[in-house]
Structures are given as C-alpha cells and as structure tokens.
Ligand binder design. Structure first.
Ligand SMILES: Nc1ncnc2c1ncn2[C@@H]1O[C@H](COP(=O)(O)OP(=O)(O)OP(=O)(O)O)[C@@H](O)[C@H]1O
Length: 270
C-alpha cells in the first residue's frame, strides 16, 4: 500500500464555524507524519475525524484501506489514539493500568503482553509503583503503552510531549523513533517545531482550514528561503502563515521569498 492514510477534500464545521475547509493529505506507511498548526487550527479535530471519534461533513478519509464512514470498525482495528489528556488511573500502578485495558480489550496472555509492552516503553522498573508517583514523562510513556497493547499499525498521538520538560520530551521522541523502526506509522501533532524538524519524515502545516504547506523538512527548506539563507522549521512555519495571510489579503510580500507558485499541497512530492 503506497499510502496508509489518505484524506481528500475534508470539511468540518462546528455550527457556523468552518474549521476544516478542504484538507488533502497522504501518509506513507512507516513514516512519522507531523501535523502543525497554531492553536485552534483544527489539529485535534483532524485526529478525531481520522480516528473515527468525530463525523466529518464532506470529503473522504481512508485509513489502512478502509473508509472511516463506511468501515469505522475496521479503521479502529488498525489504529490507536493517545490524546492530550492522560487516561490513567492515578491510584493504580502502571502495570495495573495496562492490565485493566488489556483485559477490557479481550487480549490473550495478558500478563505476558503487559510485561512486553512495559519493556518496550522502558517502564519495567517503575511498573509496580502507583501512577501518582510518576513523573510527567513516565505517565506519558504508560499512556502510549496503553495504545500499544493491541499492536495496531497506526498510532495517532495528539501533542504527545505537551507539558513535559525537555528531558522527558526527548525520552518520548526516542520512544516514537523506536516504534517507527518497529514498523508503526505515527501521525502526531506538536507545538514543538524544533523537535518536529528533527523527528518527522513528513510535515504538514494546517492553516485556515487547509494544508498550507507540506513536504519533508528539506523540501520545505527549498521552498521557503530568506535571501538564500536556510530557514529552520519555526521560521518556515511563520513564513507559511504570513504568506497565507498575504495571499488572502492581497499584500505584497516583503520579508520572505518563496519558490512556491501555488498554495496547493505539492501532490507530486508525495
Ligand atoms: N466539539 C466542538 N464544538 C464546537 N467547536 C469545536 C469543537 N471542537 C473543536 N471546536 C473548535 O474548532 C476549532 C479547532 O479546534 P481544535 O481543538 O481542533 O484545534 P487545535 O489545532 O487542536 O488547537 P490546540 O493546538 O489549541 O489544541 C476551535 O476553534 C475550537 O473551538
């Protein structure tokens, strides 16, 4: 399968607020795909639609060969979602939390699977301590571990490092890299652009309800330059947003030059 996630012309409105206005994107299997956007751009809305939690108004979403509207059950069997807020019971230990979810999911060989996953997220040593004694990074690792129990192919991680200190963020990124090297596809949102720059195989910027720019970091660098100077992802992100504003309002460009001629997602690069 060339693309494990395909989104075509996706629209979503809440009452009169149009949040997604024709999103197109494609994700290759085994990639780390980072969706970036300012607060309120619609990143969580996207993740919720792609993971079948929220119905969309128009367009097609295909996950692992299944349409989210026609085959939500099969989509759910292909994915896991770790949201922005921890789903852990603080009174239980990490192991007990995992055991609970493993049993609820009807997994076989629960103890063996739980130990295996604890090892995978490097939490074997602290597994029998109560979650309330864990650091933020440890909690997040158990949160991600819950999603790994059933061994799905695609992981949606909504801001997996938000609220963590730099060291804990590094640990989570190490874990994400490990998961991808074991064959998972990761679709994540993040506010930490430097980390997305280092980690992501493919980056898309959601702005004004559409993908305003997308590509590998190197492709984005080639498209957005300032006087032939290479930009980092943060500078590219602001250039994209600034450029969109200029195009919508009809301003002249002043600060940034781009090699872009259109503002459509560069399909040929997928
Ligand atoms: N259930 C809902 N009902 C009404 N409006 C909603 C709902 N969910 C999201 N919105 C609105 O949709 C817009 C996009 O929200 P969303 O949470 O998807 O953005 P985001 O990019 O994830 O933001 P953040 O980075 O702050 O988490 C916001 O204006 C939000 O208020």
């Amino acid at each position: 399968m060339e693309h494990i996630i395909t989104v075509n012309n996706l629209h979503k409105a809440f009452d009169s607020e149009k949040v997604l206005k024709g999103v197109d994107l494609k994700v290759k299997p085994g990639q780390i795909f980072a969706l970036l956007g300012t607060n309120g751009a619609g990143k969580t809305t996207m993740i919720n639609i792609l993971s079948t939690l929220l119905p969309h108004d128009k367009g097609e979403v295909n996950i692992n060969g299944f349409d989210v509207k026609e085959s939500p059950h099969q989509v759910r069997q292909s994915i896991t979602l770790t949201g922005q807020f921890s789903a852990l019971d603080e009174v239980l230990t990490g192991r007990e939390n995992l055991r609970f979810i493993a049993k609820l999911s009807g997994l076989k060989s629960v103890e063996e699977r739980v130990s295996q996953i604890l090892e995978e997220v490097s939490m074997t040593k602290a597994a029998d301590k109560r979650v309330k004694e864990y650091s933020g990074g440890m909690k997040r690792r158990i949160d991600i571990a819950m999603g790994l129990l059933a061994d799905q192919d695609i992981l949606f991680l909504d801001e997996p490092t938000t609220g963590l200190d730099p060291e804990a963020r590094k640990e989570i990124y190490g874990l994400i890299e490990k998961l991808v090297s074991s064959g998972k596809t990761i679709f994540l949102t993040t506010q930490y652009l430097q980390e997305a720059e280092k980690l992501a195989d493919y980056i898309a910027v959601l702005h004004n309800g559409k993908i305003a720019a997308s590509g590998t970091f190197e492709e984005l660098q080639a498209l957005y330059q300032r006087q032939d100077e290479a930009l980092d992802l943060e500078e590219i992100f602001f250039a994209v947003i600034e450029e969109e504003k200029e195009v919508r309002l009809g301003y002249d460009k002043t600060n940034f030059s781009t090699n872009r001629t259109t503002f459509e997602a560069p399909e040929e690069k997928w």
